[in-house]
Design a protein around this ligand. Structure first.
Ligand code: PMP
Ligand code: GLN
Length: 387
């Protein structure tokens, strides 16, 4: 029989699914895949439940319900000072994952170059390839995750259609600074390129840092496709509600992709998310403060066990070396730790296309304190036994 699409046929199952499945099979505490173990605010879930019962449960506008599109425009103003026209510049998608695919397919034509920064979130590279894009990879690596301006500049050319960036960045926990984003912006302006900005962790930023959207930088307002996710912002990862903010000339082709991929997204969940985006500043502040405390709890515990814990400025994640595990290969270390210690994590090498750093693993800290403590206790017992 004829071969199926080689871009997808040869791919392994995503590491998040692999580690979560193994955690379930082995009864391990899952600090692998990024999801909280407490659902987000009741007012959001109540608004969605009420909308579901009141109906209608029929196709909403393909662009998303007006209430949510307006709420997205309002938060762009509230957090970033951006004036956004909700009618022509906001679209709701089924998760940021769909938004990323729509944006890549909507902007990238076969033969266009696309700059990507490793570590890469799992879907980026396959979708760029499927669009016929030519990936130009720039890498940042642990422990410092420093962006080399020369390597970045070398990845750009006049054939560059777009750069895809993720800030705050999974799994690095890196929040790109205004200066780093300015470098990217300067290159985009020089080479007439767009930015697809995966900002799903925009509200998960710690220690008084501020998230800067590349859309805020001078000359970038109409070059950036800004992507957010209710899953992350409201601890409702299964809802898969994403939203795109982009100038009309960029959103239009992206909407043409969306109309043939999912077309619409459940309206009751959209209602709930609209209520969420209208929560007071205290919700967003307390959310970040609470997560930072969890990051500190897990980081301190891991350091106490002998791991070199890297700084996490944002996201759900903290990266460590494989140190006390005594296994250099990160995949093997994660498998063994899940099976023997009963704690799952994710190997950082899974985020690189080739020649990955292989001695770092990612832990997810958005879990109840007692779960983090039990995970640390399990690791302590296991390491003691192995010693
Ligand atoms: N981008 C990054 C960097 C992520 O970590 C995630 C989390 N799953 C997504 C996109 C996808 O978000 P969503 O669940 O809204 O599709
Ligand atoms: N973003 C999550 C992570 O990095 C996983 C989401 C997914 O499995 N698609 O762990």
């Amino acid at each position: 029989m004829k071969p199926t699409n080689p871009i997808f046929t040869g791919l392994p199952t995503t590491i998040f699914e692999v580690m979560s499945r193994l955690a379930v099979e082995t009864g391990a505490i899952n600090l692998g895949q990024g999801f909280p173990d407490v659902d987000g605010p009741e007012v959001i879930r109540r608004a969605a439940a009420d909308a579901l019962m009141a109906g209608p449960n029929q196709y909403p506008s393909m662009m998303g319900i007006e209430d949510l599109r307006q709420a997205v425009a309002e938060t762009n103003k509230r957090f970033y000072g951006l004036d956004v026209d909700w009618r022509s510049e906001v679209m709701v998608t089924s998760g940021a994952t769909e938004a990323i695919a729509d944006a890549i397919i909507g902007l990238v034509a076969p033969g266009d170059e696309v700059v990507l920064i490793e570590p890469l979130y799992d879907c980026y590279l396959p979708i760029v390839r499927q669009a016929g894009g030519i990936p130009k990879l720039v890498r940042i690596t642990p422990p410092h995750w420093t962006l080399d301006p020369d390597a970045l500049a070398a990845a750009f050319s006049d054939r560059t259609k777009a750069i895809l960036i993720n800030t705050p960045m999974n799994p690095a926990g890196k929040v790109f600074t205004r200066d780093e984003l300015q470098l990217i912006a300067d290159l985009c302006i020089k080479h007439d390129a767009y930015v697809i900005a995966d900002e799903v962790y925009e509200h998960l930023v710690y220690d008084g840092r501020t998230h800067v959207s590349p859309m805020q930088l001078p000359g970038m307002r109409d070059r950036v496709v800004r992507i957010g996710s209710a899953g992350k912002t409201f601890s409702l990862t299964a809802w898969k509600i994403g939203y795109i903010t982009a100038a009309p000339h960029l959103l239009a082709p992206i909407a043409k992709v969306h109309q043939f991929v999912t077309f619409t997204t459940p309206p009751d969940l959209q209602k709930g998310v609209a209520a969420g985006l209208r929560l007071g500043d205290d919700y967003f502040r307390d959310f970040a403060t609470g997560l930072a405390a969890k990051r500190d709890r897990l980081s301190a515990g891991l350091a106490d066990l002998g791991f070199e814990v890297l700084k996490s400025e944002g996201t759900y994640f903290v990266t460590t070396d494989t140190g006390p595990l005594g296994i250099a290969d990160d995949k093997e270390a994660c498998l063994k730790m899940t099976r023997e210690a009963g704690v799952a994590a994710v190997p950082v090498s899974a985020f690189y296309a080739s020649n990955p750093p292989s001695t770092y693993i990612r832990f997810c800290f958005c879990k109840k304190d007692e779960v983090l403590d039990t995970a640390l206790e399990r690791l302590r017992t296991w390491l003691r036994r192995a010693a």
